[in-house]
Design a protein around this ligand. Sequence first.
Ligand code: ZN
Length: 97
Amino acid sequence: MATPAPTEEDFRHMRRAIELARIAAATPGASPIGCVIVRNGEVLGEGHNEVDMRHDPTAHAEIVTMRRVGQTPGSADFRGATLYLRIIRSVRRPLTG
Ligand SMILES: [Zn+2]
């Protein structure tokens, strides 16, 4: 089965994931990876990588986002949902002072 071509909505969510990755790039202890989970046009949740921030090797952007969505009772069923994950290049500047 061929993968369908991305729609305008897909691109919109990918841009949001990139925005979240940029926020992460500016956040100490976060790697520049953003995630958005969507179902039927509704954004279920957003997140970014928090591995170093939380000292948790499982705190990948997609895991953080799925945990966030799954906190609401009955919401841990992701059937029919799409997960958008984007990583951006970031320039690490040396810490001063
Ligand atoms: Zn991951």
